[in-house]
Design a protein. Structure first.
Length: 248
């Protein structure tokens, strides 16, 4: 579903790569957790997949579509919830959802079904006619999630989706991710919550200083480190130990 081949990215003026020679394959129907210390390159990678940044080199294919060469086709297949959703504050929630529905050409019947379903689930039905500027952080996250699922993306990408959410909302987000893969789609999300990653991901990848340093199922990661019962937290700390003091 997603193929990242030899992708590198250096920000303007930087002397080190934010992402360096990254190779990653994500299969249809899996929940993939993207882990790594602060500044490791997770957001940069996700932004390249969704077309917000262009890789310096390498290739990214979403369902065999090159995201740089055919951005519109690729974007039809992708839903993205950024780490800090920047929504149009002067629209109401409902206006925003309809705007996104128009952009993705979601037919009115399906759109209404999806909007009603998620607003109800998140307890946002009443607030939907209020301006977004009056929403709390969590409400904005929920609106961003709803808007990114209207076109039923085959690849659903979330950047640290659980940050700032209360336990119930965080649980709902996880349920929605699971439901989305159960419907035959694929989910890729970044997180620092290793317990969650261990529990809900089919596979995880760990990136450190722009390079993928581990990738696989929990069993594969344990086998790689020769430690049968280790938690993901222990494996993560062990794998990212080297040079931990020089956070970029
Ligand atoms: N707009 C930017 N301009 C210059 N450098 C940047 C920019 N955004 C990120 N970087 C640098 O690129 C590297 C990777 O950052 P990135 O945001 O991808 O990390 P991350 O893994 O998402 O971290 P976090 O867990 O803190 O969200 C870091 O060294 C960061 O300082
Ligand atoms: Mg980030």
């Amino acid at each position: 579903m997603l193929s990242i081949k030899d992708v590198s990215k250096k920000y303007h003026g930087a002397d080190i790569f934010a992402v360096e020679n990254l190779n990653l394959q994500i299969k249809k129907g899996e929940i993939f957790g993207f882990l790594g210390p602060n500044g490791a390159g997770k957001t940069t990678t996700l932004k390249m997949i969704v077309g917000l940044l262009i890789p310096d080199s390498g290739q990214i294919l979403v369902d065999n579509i090159d995201v740089v060469k055919k951005p519109l086709e690729a974007k039809q297949k992708i839903g993205f919830v950024p780490d800090n959703p920047d929504l149009y504050q002067r629209l109401t929630g409902l206006e925003y959802l309809n705007l996104i529905g128009d952009v993705f050409e979601v037919n009115p019947k399906l759109r209404k079904e999806k909007i009603d379903h998620y607003l109800e689930m998140f307890g946002l039905t009443k607030a939907a006619t209020d301006l977004i500027q009056s929403y709390s952080h969590g409400m904005q996250q929920k609106l961003a999630l709803t808007s990114s699922l209207l076109h039923m993306p085959q690849l659903f990408i979330l950047d640290e989706p659980m940050v700032g959410l209360d336990p119930k909302s965080s649980h709902l987000f996880k349920e929605i991710m699971r439901e989305h893969v159960n419907n035959g789609n694929t989910v890729l999300f970044s997180t620092h919550i290793l317990e969650t990653a261990e529990r809900i991901c089919d596979r995880v990848g760990i990136i450190n200083k722009g390079k993928l340093i581990a990738c696989g199922t929990m069993a594969e990661l344990r086998a790689q480190k020769g430690s049968e019962n280790d938690t993901l937290e222990n494996l993560f700390l062990e794998l990212t130990k080297e040079g931990e003091s020089d956070e970029r």
